[in-house]
Design a binder for this molecule. Sequence first.
Ligand code: ZN
Ligand code: ZN
Length: 90
Amino acid sequence: MTTVAEAPTLPELEQRLALVACGENTRPGKTQACDSCRKKGQTLLRITSTGAVDALAAAICGTGDRRVKTCDPCRQKAVRMIRIYNGETE
Ligand SMILES: [Zn+2]
Ligand SMILES: [Zn+2]
């Protein structure tokens, strides 16, 4: 088996953000995001890097449409993810 070097895309941060989006808060002890949230990881990371809370909340909420009002839990997750991205301790 050959080792394929994958392009580093801040994988740890991506996983961390995916986990928050997945609802880490609601399930204590949860250490891994589900498949669907992990797939969204790159997108979430990209939006998080822009600091756009509304767009990020929309992505977490699953609509992807920023005209749709997102729910409070998703907004809080978005704020938290941006904090994590900025290296602020939780
Ligand atoms: Zn999930
Ligand atoms: Zn939501």
